[in-house]
Design a protein around this ligand. Structure first.
Ligand code: ADP
Length: 316
C-alpha cells in the first residue's frame, strides 16, 4: 500500500482582506520522504501556502492535511509535524544559539533528556558559536540557526521558505549538505524558491506555481525534459550587419546590432560548436554568458506544450 502524502492540499483557496486572490484552488500532494521544490516567481503564492501550513495565515477554504492530520480538526498534531524556517531572519538578539534552541525545545515541550541542542548546533556548524549573541552572527549563520531551531522537536517535515536569500555560495552548499543529510535520514523537505537552478540541483520533485495555481508537479528529470531551452548571449566588440554564416546551424536572434543570442537545447549544450563558430566567424567577444532561465518563459513553454498536446488529442 502506498504511503499517504506528507502534505495534502485540496481546493485550497486564499483571498486576503484587501481582495488579492493569492491561492486559487491548490491541489497538491507532497510525497513522504521527498525533497520537494515549490517553484514560482515572486508573488506566485508560495509564502501564502507555506504560512497556511505553519498556521500563520488562515485559509479561506479548502482542506489541508499535514502528516495525516487535518489542520482544522487536529491543529496541534498538524503543527508539531512540521518545522518551518521562515524567510525573514527574525531573532531575539540577546539570546545565544544554545539558549535559543533550548527555549524553542521548551516551547514544544521536549523533555530535557530528549533535547538535541548539541547535535543540532554541530550539524549546522555553529557549535563554536553556541555562546555568542545571535546579533553577532552573519546572515548565513543565522539562516543555519533557524534550520536548527525548526528541527528541535524532530518534525517529520521541514519547510524552508526561500532558504538561500542572503546566503553566500559556500554557506549555501553547507546548508544544502545538511538539508540533503536530513532528507537521507527520512525527513521530508519542502523548499520554496524562485530559482529553477536551485530546485533543479536539490529537489527530486518540483511543483510550479504561478498566479496562485499549480501549473505542474512532477519528478525533476521529467520536468527538465520539458524545459528545453537555454540561451548563450554574446556581446560583441563591433556591430554585425547580419548573422554570420558559421552561426546558421543554430537558432539565433539579434536583439541589438552588437549582441548575438544563441538558443540551444539544455540537453545538448555543445559549447565546443559555439566556440568553433565564434572563431570561424572571426568575432571578437566583449562578454559571454548563459542566460538564467526565466520562469515566465518556462510557464509559456509549459502552457504551449499543454496546448499543443490538447490539439493532438483526437476529438471524441
Ligand atoms: P510568493 O511567496 O510566491 O512571492 P506570496 O504568497 O507572498 O507569494 O504572495 C501572493 C500574493 O498575495 C501576492 O499578490 C501578494 O502581494 C499577496 N499577499 C501576500 N501576503 C499578503 C497580505 N498579508 N495581505 C494582502 N496580500 C498579500
Amino acid at each position: 500500500m502506498s504511503r499517504p502524502p506528507a502534505i495534502r492540499a485540496r481546493k485550497l483557496e486564499k483571498r486576503y482582506a484587501g481582495g488579492v486572490h493569492a491561492l486559487k484552488g491548490i491541489d497538491l500532494d507532497i510525497p513522504q520522504g521527498s525533497l520537494f521544490g515549490l517553484l514560482g516567481p515572486n508573488g506566485a503564492g508560495k509564502s501564502t501556502f507555506i504560512n497556511i501550513l505553519a498556521g500563520l495565515v488562515t485559509k479561506t477554504s479548502g482542506k489541508v492535511d499535514i502528516w495525516g492530520f487535518d489542520i482544522d480538526d487536529n491543529p496541534r498534531n498538524a503543527r508539531v509535524s512540521i518545522g518551518v524556517v521562515p524567510q525573514e531572519l527574525v531573532f531575539d538578539a540577546f539570546f545565544t544559539p544554545w539558549e535559543m534552541l533550548e527555549v524553542q525545545a521548551g516551547m514544544y515541550g521536549v523533555p530535557k533528556h530528549q533535547r538535541r541542542t548539541e547535535e543540532l548546533l554541530r550539524a549546522v556548524r555553529l557549535w563554536d558559536k553556541r555562546d555568542a549573541y545571535s546579533r553577532t552572527l552573519s546572515g548565513g549563520m543565522k539562516r543555519r540557526l533557524l534550520v536548527a531551531k525548526a528541527m528541535v522537536h524532530s518534525p517529520p517535515v521541514l519547510i524552508l521558505d526561500e532558504p538561500t536569500a542572503g546566503v553566500d555560495i559556500e554557506l549555501r552548499q553547507q546548508l544544502w549538505g545538511y538539508v540533503r543529510e536530513l532528507n537521507a535520514r527520512g525527513v521530508t523537505i519542502v523548499l520554496t524558491t524562485h530559482y529553477l537552478e536551485e530546485a533543479e540541483e536539490l529537489c527530486d520533485t518540483i511543483a510550479i506555481i504561478n498566479h496562485g495555481e499549480v501549473i505542474c508537479c512532477e519528478p525533476t528529470p521529467q520536468l527538465l525534459a520539458r524545459i528545453d531551452e537555454k540561451e548563450i548571449v554574446l556581446d560583441l566588440d563591433a556591430p554585425l550587419k547580419e548573422v554570420p554564416e558559421a552561426f546558421r546551424r543554430f537558432h539565433t536572434r539579434q536583439p541589438r546590432p552588437d549582441r548575438l543570442v544563441i538558443q540551444i537545447s539544455r540537453q545538448e549544450v555543445d559549447l565546443d560548436a559555439v566556440i568553433a563558430a565564434i572563431h570561424e566567424a572571426g568575432l571578437r567577444i566583449r562578454d559571454l554568458r548563459t542566460s538564467e532561465t526565466d520562469l515566465e518563459d518556462i510557464f509559456l513553454q509549459l502552457t504551449r506544450a499543454d496546448d499543443a498536446e490538447a490539439q493532438r488529442e483526437p476529438v471524441r
